[in-house]
Design a protein around this ligand. Structure first.
Ligand SMILES: [Fe+2]
Length: 287
């Protein structure tokens, strides 16, 4: 996701990027139906990626696949095949989208990096995934506090090829865009964290990875499956939304899905409740 800071990189340093950032900041407080995501999108100037960028992508891709072929969700691995990411170079979003769009209607769209939360949700609500275009430097290959194209495309986009996950993420975006109640905003942020970013799923009788933070991190990927210090709980919407999380260290609590239908159905129920309330108000009993 691209809600955090942004990493300087020549592919996001230009007039178009400046205008996109300004459009995002200006749109932050607009009503949802007036947020125009197209103004926040930038072109992926593919020719500006350096040999080092392609090399960093390639090293990390190969390194992660060694674990993921065994430990990642089949849904993730299928998606990876569908969008046809190559191991030797940074993905070209036009090629990714040509494969992705016919599957679910989702598209990966270039953004300069930072997006206000409401704008991020407006993208999701329209089946567009705001995608950071920069590549981390070779000197910080193993840890990067902000998203880059490796986190965003390798870590997130493969799941968007799955029709069930695709529905879930759009419904999530609509609900998060609609509510102005800080109580629900916080709960939805926790839901995103414990599923999209750090979710586990049960497949073939064992635990597998699907959250992008686990997919894109070798250390945390292993820790999440093997460490005795992790409390792995069955997914339950209310409990997830009530669980606080901490950043900057390995997650001590993770939630395990039985399948993605479970997530989609729980999100539908939550969204129906929120979307039927006037924006900014919470019906009595909703808590
Ligand atoms: Fe993310």
């Amino acid at each position: 996701m691209a809600m955090g800071g942004s990493l300087w990189h020549r592919v996001v340093d230009g007039e178009e990027a400046k205008r996109a950032i300004e459009a995002g900041n200006a749109a932050e407080h607009l009503p949802p139906d007036r947020i125009d995501i197209e103004q926040m999108v930038i072109t992926q100037r593919y020719d500006l990626y350096s040999d080092e960028d392609h090399e960093v992508w390639s090293i990390l891709f190969k390194k992660r696949m060694a674990q993921l072929e065994r430990d990642a969700s089949n849904v993730f691995l299928n998606g990876l095949r569908v969008i046809n990411l190559r191991e030797d170079r940074v993905p070209d979003l036009r090629e990714v989208n040509a494969n992705l769009r016919p599957m679910t209607g989702w598209q990966s769209r270039g953004v300069p990096g930072y997006l206000p939360a409401k704008c991020f949700f407006a993208f999701l609500a329209q089946r567009h995934f705001p995608t950071t275009l920069s590549v981390r430097p070779k000197t910080s290959m193993d840890y990067l506090p902000e998203p880059d194209i490796i986190h965003d495309v390798f870590g997130h986009v493969p799941l968007h090829a799955d029709p069930v996950f695709a529905d879930f993420l759009q419904t999530y975006g609509k609900a998060a865009l609609h509510t102005n109640d800080p109580y629900h905003t916080e709960r939805l942020a926790r839901l995103f964290w414990f599923t999209v970013e750090f979710g586990l799923i049960r497949e073939d009788g064992r635990l597998k990875l699907y959250g992008s933070g686990l997919i894109s991190s070798e250390g945390e990927g292993h820790h999440s499956l093997q460490s005795p210090d992790v409390d792995r709980r069955p997914f339950e919407m209310e409990r997830v939304c009530n669980t606080t999380f901490e950043i900057d260290h390995y997650q001590p609590i993770l939630y395990v899905l039985e399948d993605f239908q479970q997530l989609r159905d729980a999100m539908e129920t939550y969204a129906n409740r929120l979307l039927n309330e006037p924006a900014g108000k919470v019906a009595a009993g909703a808590r």
